[in-house]
Design a protein around this ligand. Structure first.
Ligand SMILES: Cc1cc2nc3c(=O)[nH]c(=O)nc-3n(C[C@H](O)[C@H](O)[C@H](O)COP(=O)(O)OP(=O)(O)OC[C@H]3O[C@@H](n4cnc5c(N)ncnc54)[C@H](O)[C@@H]3O)c2cc1C
Length: 368
């Protein structure tokens, strides 16, 4: 993974930030590395990786191109949800294509009026004979522009979290339309809105029962938040490594800037916080692999990882002087990219609300 990141990803990191669409062959290349099938069972062509292995892949690939780790995140979630909840026909049809990189599956939870409070979503999936009709708009969807299908969370049976079910919805129906955003960062991912206008989906595409969708989404967040932390850690560690080398070369006042404690102590502090975020994330993934509770650790990792990474990369820009502020250097793009996942999968405020809820108990929190 480290070699692939250095040889193949890092040289082209800026290219996919500046308008070039990510080539489909590249996704197949990731599939050959086992990336798209990390959580797909072996019988469907997957690699059956542990969550810790997924974390290592994310950290390493982020050293080359942070955005390529989005394939890890979305493919792990799709692999887990489909293999855990899909009908046998849907598994046969979609899991091999997910593992081989032929099909990309997005995750459609957020809506224009429901983000942090996702249980307030209003997209509906109404039963009509042996199918469902899906209507509503999903917002801020990673891979909106390039996905072939999505796991769509929709209201199936009443109010609140328990009224939400999930469906696998192919994007080739004429009732599906998409709009790609103009984003600060993570441009490779073609994030955008997906609108469903009475899209007919076979009932066998339902994932789990009509009231189980919200739990599936939250269970996926519980490890993806640690994976996100490691993506951020990888981008920050690479930036710090590059800055250490630069600080040895660049001279001011007759000596390398590394010899000014104002410089070297900053690097020491950021290295320490990044190491702490890394350990927290792997602790969470290890708990997950062992089937132990990890909601609190996931929220801690998701709060600390992106924050520590953004602060470290910001410092790397300053420590490179004017050259760090230039688009010829990767730092400004890395900073724009990691900010995206300070928000995605839950904001810092929501992470702290979860940590508090898990500490004090549900009776002491407004965030359920
Ligand atoms: C890069 C990126 C990728 C994403 N990818 C996906 C994807 O693939 N699929 C998907 O479904 N969604 C995706 N999202 C959406 C993301 O999950 C939501 O943006 C996020 O959950 C926050 O929701 P919101 O933007 O509607 O903010 P809101 O919920 O409207 O919150 C607005 C502000 O209020 C604060 N706030 C809200 N409630 C509380 C509270 N109780 N206490 C304190 N503060 C609070 C929030 O922290 C935030 O600062 C992505 C977002 C980004 C930025």
């Amino acid at each position: 993974m480290r070699r692939y990141a250095a040889d193949r990803l890092r040289p082209e990191y800026a290219r996919y930030d500046r308008g070039t669409p990510y080539p489909r062959e590249r996704i197949r290349e990731l599939a050959e590395l086992g990336i798209t099938g990390l959580r797909v069972p072996g019988e469907f062509g997957g690699t059956e990786a542990t969550y810790v292995m997924g974390g290592i892949a994310a950290e390493e690939l982020a050293r080359g191109d942070y955005n390529v780790t989005l394939f890890i995140q979305l493919c792990m979630i799709a692999g887990d949800i489909l293999s855990g909840y899909a009908s046998s026909a849907v598994k046969q049809q979609w899991l091999p294509k997910l593992a081989s990189g032929e099909s990309l599956i997005a995750f459609c939870l957020t809506e224009p009026g429901a983000g942090s409070d996702a249980a307030a979503l209003t997209t509906t999936a109404t039963r009509d004979g042996d199918s469902y009709l899906v209507t509503g708009e999903k917002a801020s969807i990673t891979f909106a522009g390039m996905a072939d299908a999505a796991i769509v969370f929709a209201r199936m049976s009443g109010k609140g979290a328990r009224g939400i079910g999930a469906l696998l919805v192919p994007f080739d129906d004429p009732g599906v339309s998409r709009r790609i955003y103009s984003s600060l960062g993570e441009r490779l991912s073609q994030r955008g809105s997906v609108t469903f206008d009475g899209v007919r989906v076979p009932a066998e595409n339902r994932l789990g029962d009509e009231s189980g969708g919200f739990i599936q989404a939250m269970t996926a967040f519980d490890y993806n938040r640690a994976i996100i932390a490691l993506c951020c850690v990888g981008a920050a560690q690479q930036s710090l490594d590059e800055t250490v080398e630069y600080a040895k070369q660049r001279h001011t006042f007759g000596k390398p800037i590394a010899k000014h404690e104002g410089v070297s102590f900053q690097i020491a502090e950021h290295l320490t916080l990044i190491a702490a975020a890394r350990l927290l994330a792997y602790q969470c993934l290890t708990l997950r692999d062992r089937g132990l509770p990890h909601t609190k650790e996931a929220a801690m990792a998701k709060w600390l990882g992106p924050k520590a990474a953004a602060e470290a990369i910001h410092a790397c820009i300053i420590l490179h002087g004017w050259t760090g502020y230039d688009q010829d250097m990767p730092f400004e793009q890395r900073l724009r990219d990691v900010i995206g996942l300070e928000i995605g999968d839950g904001t810092p405020e929501i992470m702290k609300a979860i940590i508090a809820r898990e500490t004090f108990g549900r009776e002491f929190t407004a965030y359920k």
